[in-house]
Ligand binder design. Sequence first.
Ligand SMILES: *[C@@H]1O[C@H](CO)[C@@H](O)[C@H](O)[C@H]1NC(C)=O
Ligand SMILES: *[C@@H]1O[C@H](CO)[C@@H](O)[C@H](O)[C@H]1NC(C)=O
Ligand SMILES: *[C@@H]1O[C@H](CO)[C@@H](O)[C@H](O)[C@H]1NC(C)=O
Ligand SMILES: *[C@@H]1O[C@H](CO)[C@@H](O)[C@H](O)[C@H]1NC(C)=O
Ligand SMILES: *[C@@H]1O[C@H](CO)[C@@H](O)[C@H](O)[C@H]1NC(C)=O
Length: 388
Amino acid sequence: MVDPDASEWLKKQQRASRKTRLIVSTAGILVIAAVLAGVIYTLIHKGTTGGAVGSSDNGNDGNNAGKGANIPSNPDGPYYTNDGKPVSLSITPDPRLHKSFYGVNYGPILALYPWCTNTLGDTIEDLKILSQLTNRLRLYGMDCNMANYTLLAIELLKLNMTVVPTIWVDGNETTYTRQYNDFFNNLDQHGISRIEGVSVGNEALFRKQVTPSDLYSRIADVKSKIQAKYPNSKIPVFTSDIGSNVDQAFIAGTDVVFANVHPYFGGVPVSTGANWTFEFFHNFDSGPAAAAGKPAVISEIGWPTNGASDNASIASVDNLQTFLDTYVCVANQKQIKYYYFESFDTPWKAAYFTTLEGSWGLFNSDRSFKPNIQLPNCQVTAGGITSM
Ligand SMILES: *[C@@H]1O[C@H](CO)[C@@H](O)[C@H](O)[C@H]1NC(C)=O
Ligand SMILES: *[C@@H]1O[C@H](CO)[C@@H](O)[C@H](O)[C@H]1NC(C)=O
Ligand SMILES: *[C@@H]1O[C@H](CO)[C@@H](O)[C@H](O)[C@H]1NC(C)=O
Ligand SMILES: *[C@@H]1O[C@H](CO)[C@@H](O)[C@H](O)[C@H]1NC(C)=O
Ligand SMILES: *[C@@H]1O[C@H](CO)[C@@H](O)[C@H](O)[C@H]1NC(C)=O
């Protein structure tokens, strides 16, 4: 426990730092896409080879959405990556990978609406790796078949994995309706057995793109629609937001408190990052949630390897290693539930926002290991996200 003054300081510190932070999902990009369409179009084309990219010349053809551009994503195969490499369904166990993570955040790197140059094959390749780290994935939106391909890949690879899909909330009703409908289409296709929970938005309160009461009624609506379709289902519905935004209304409005907790934006040195996280999460999130009888999960936790420092927080591969060494197995031992942020470096965020935003991956964007990174090796024993 920290004393109340220190808590206040932590809270302000996180607030202040996060003000400069512009994290959006691949769906949120739409809002400002008009301004920067050229940048993104170039990025997508640079990141892929010749004919593998979408045929639309202006890069802005909504009709390509969800079709994996020119590369067909036939659920029955054959499967290809976005640059045309064949993808097999066999998994080669990598001795450097360990199932030490409660959950991992997964944003397929080419799932950028409306371009959607990602393929089912890309997601299959991603999950061959991620399934050796965790049994749980959290996604940032529905666009570009993000949830559909993830669920298909889980089915095709016969993995024991669950997914937390996110219906993205950015204040645009068109975006919301599209993602909402897509979510329910996915339930129709894939059923609910692999849905660990549903997030309605991520940091939408932090970005002030929705009022709290509007967000909580969306959560209630999604929940009642799920229950109407599957009367016996107990799928929790919630939102995720920065850990300092959790108040009584937030706790009341969600089934599970999902809080993004970032020691990096707390401006603390990596040596104390893990402890800072445990204290912060306990004081602002899991403690208040438990007092109201609700479970809490850290929806984002991680450390970047490149980009501008934030006071005493320094981005580097060495510091990622220190953070992994000091956080993961201790969190597992404490039965803390968390989704590590994040799977792969994301070139589009680096180009669109800052190097820092694009550099939170455990792996490089081409799925290779970052130099000298050793992944922790310990067991996860905490139960599902609704267990207390
Ligand atoms: C599947 O994953 C869950 C959650 O991690 C775990 O409790 C269960 O034991 C796993 N089942 C198998 C057959 O590995
Ligand atoms: C909302 O999103 C749609 C496309 O999804 C776009 O056409 C429209 O301009 C957006 N509206 C606003 C107000 O930004
Ligand atoms: C999922 O993707 C497959 C392959 O592209 C497609 O056939 C199917 O209609 C999609 N399902 C949903 C719910 O979008
Ligand atoms: C983290 O907290 C634990 C328990 O309070 C303590 O033993 C340890 O020294 C702390 N580590 C650091 C680096 O502050
Ligand atoms: C920077 O971090 C140090 C501790 O690491 C703290 O004492 C100081 O107040 C912080 N400065 C700012 C501007 O937050």
